[in-house]
Write a protein that binds this ligand. Sequence first.
Ligand SMILES: [Zn+2]
Length: 454
Amino acid sequence: MSQNRVAYFYEPDVGNFHYGVGHPMKPHRLSLTHNLVFNYNLHKKMDIFRPYQATAYDMTRFHSEDYIHFLQRITPTNKAGFASSFHKFSVGDDSPIFPGLFNFCSMYTGASLQGAVMLNNKLCDIAVNWSGGLHHAKKFEASGFCYVNDIVIAILELLKYHARVLYIDIDIHHGDGVQEAFYFTDRVMTVSFHKYGNFFFPGTGDMYELGDETGKYYSLNVPLHDGIDDQTYIALFKPVIQGVMQKYQPTAIVLQCGADSLAHDRLGCFSLSIKGHGECVNFVKSFGVPLLVLGGGGYTIRNVSRCWTYETALLVNEPVDEKIPITTDYYGFFAPDYQLCPAMSGNFSNQNSKSYVDSIRQTVFDHLKFVQSAPSVQMQDTPPDIFSFEPDNEDDNLDERLETGKREANNEFYNGEHDVDKTNTEKPHPSALSAAQNKPKEINSEKSKEKNTG
Ligand SMILES: [Zn+2]
C-alpha cells in the first residue's frame, strides 16, 4: 500500500488562548498534542504547515455577516457595550468572550480551510487539523464552546471540486451545526454517533432526523446510551460506515474526531479507549478517499493529546512506542502510567443492550436503502479557491517555535500537575518547512485542471 501524503496544520499560538478560569474547553490541549506528536517524531512523516488564517469574509461563506462582525469587534474590555447582543448571538456562558477570540477562530478555521484547498488540489491525501472540528457553531450564533463552524466552511470549499462529501462525527455530542447546514442537500451526507437522551447537549440527533427535501435520508444519526465500550461502538461504526461508503460513494470525507467520547472525559459518559477511538479513524482511512481529519471536543486533556497523537501515528502509518517519550515537555501530565494508550475502563456501565444496538443498526440500514446510489450533480462553473496562498504568512521564528511546540501557558492549564518542561531538540523536517513556504504557491496554476471532478 502506498504511503499517504499527510499534511499537518499547526499554529503555535493556538494553544495559548484561554476560555476562562474553570472552563472545560482548554486550547492548551493542542500544545500538548503537538508536543507529543513531535516527540514521537511523527512530524518526519508529514508535511507540517503553519496554517492560513481565515478572514471574516471566509467565515461569512457560512455565517451571517452581523454575527461575524460582532465576533470581530467584541473583547472582554468592551463587552459591556454589546450586552444586548449576547442573547442574540448566544455568547456569554458556555461560549464566553475571551481575549483574542476572533484570532482563535481565524486560526482553527483557516487550518481546516487550507486542508480542504490542499485536498482539492491533490497536494495531500490526508489533511489533519486538531484545532478544528467545532461542530456546534450555527449560522447566526455560537453554541457549545464553538463560535465559527470550520467544518461547514471546509466542506463548502470541498464542494467546489467534489460532488459528494461524507461527514463523520465521533464526538460524544451530536454534530448538530454541520447537520443543520446541510440538512436539505444530498451533496453532503452527515453521519453522527453520539450520546442521546436525558437532556444531554445539544439535545438533537435522534435516529429519525433524516434530512429533508433533496437532503432526505442524507442525515444519519446513531444515538447511543451511557458507557458504550469499544466492542459495541465498533460493531455499529464499521457496518454503518461500510454501508454508507458503498451506497453514497463520497469523493471526499471529513472526519470529526472529538475525544470526549473517550472514557473518563470530564464532560463525557462513554467508555471508549484510545485504541477503540483510533480504530474508527483507521477504518475511515482504509477507504483511501481524500480525508480531512479534525479535532473537536475533549476535556480530559492528557487523554485528548494521547488520542490525537495515536491517531496521527495511524494516519502516517507509523508504529509508536507505548511509553510516552521522556523528552515530552508535559511528561508529568501522563503519570502514573506514562503510557500512550493506557487501559481505560470507564466510570459508566454499558447501557447499550444488544437488542438496542441491533435495533439501531437495523433502523440505520432501513434508512440507507433510500439513499440514492452515488447521487450525481451538475457541477457548475467552479468559483475560485476561497483564498490563494501568499508567502506573507512566513514566520522567521517558525523553526524555533515548531521545535518546541510549546509557548508560555497560563498555569490554569496545568490542572495542578507538574510540568517538567524538558526541551525537545528535534527540529521539524527541513523539507516540511520549505513545503510550508513554497508548495501552496503552485495551487492556482493547477486549479483549472481539477475542476468538475468527482
Ligand atoms: Zn463534544
